[in-house]
Write a new protein. Structure first.
Length: 115
């Protein structure tokens, strides 16, 4: 596993921290998520999407359905990225963003870190 880039975005007091990884195998995803969960114990959501050859997965981590993992996965697809993982850690700032706001936030940070 190799962290390629990390960046953050603040939208209406919510902090979105994006991590972009190069994967050697799918098993690394679990290790990366465990590390990030320990590092960000107070985070409200840790969402992700990855694509590794013919395997892909996305997770919304209790965000409304298809507002977090799917926008991240769509960035991987749009940029034709393979063997990559994008994880976004969200610290909730107290202001609800709505479905459209969440989609823009998660796809925005995914786009930033994957550049």
């Amino acid at each position: 596993m190799k962290l390629i880039k990390q960046d953050e975005l603040i939208i209406k007091k919510s902090k979105f921290i994006g991590y972009y990884y190069d994967l050697d195998n799918v098993e690394e995803v679990k290790d990366i998520l465990n590390i990030l969960k320990k590092e960000h114990k107070k985070a409200k959501h840790i969402v992700y999407a990855y694509k590794f050859d013919n395997t892909a997965k996305k997770c919304d981590d209790k965000e409304p359905a298809n507002t977090a993992g799917t926008p991240i996965y769509n960035i991987l697809e749009k940029k034709n990225l393979n063997r990559k993982l994008i994880v976004v850690v969200r610290y909730f700032g107290g202001i609800k963003l709505g479905a459209g706001g969440l989609i823009r936030a998660y796809s925005g940070i995914a786009n930033i870190v994957s550049n």
